[in-house]
Design a protein around this ligand. Structure first.
Ligand SMILES: [Zn+2]
Length: 97
């Protein structure tokens, strides 16, 4: 647990890949007790991927394992599937790094 009361937190430590604003994180901390860091969405033909990790204000992971979200429109071309596979691996490596 953080030594500081949540009300006194003025900034959240983010992973380098996080694209969420500090204002959103501070609201999340106040209402939910943790910040949810979202990566940029990576998109290709018929698919998109992003990942998220929940932390406390100090950037320590809380609650759940990091999650990777993959959305597809249905069938992918072979080229689209290859791009999805490569991007998914890069996303995985970013999420575990
Ligand atoms: Zn963040």
């Amino acid at each position: 647990m953080s030594a500081l009361p949540i009300a006194s937190v003025t900034a959240v430590v983010c992973p380098a890949w996080c694209n969420v604003t500090q204002g959103t994180h501070l609201r999340e901390l106040r209402w939910e007790g943790r910040a949810l860091h979202w990566s940029d969405v990576r998109t290709g033909e018929g698919w998109e991927i992003r990942h998220a990790t929940a932390t406390d204000a100090d950037g320590h992971r809380v609650d759940t394992e990091p999650q990777v979200y993959v959305t597809t429109d249905g069938g992918l071309t072979l080229a689209g599937a290859e791009a999805l596979a490569l991007t998914l691996l890069a996303t995985y490596e970013e999420a575990t790094g």
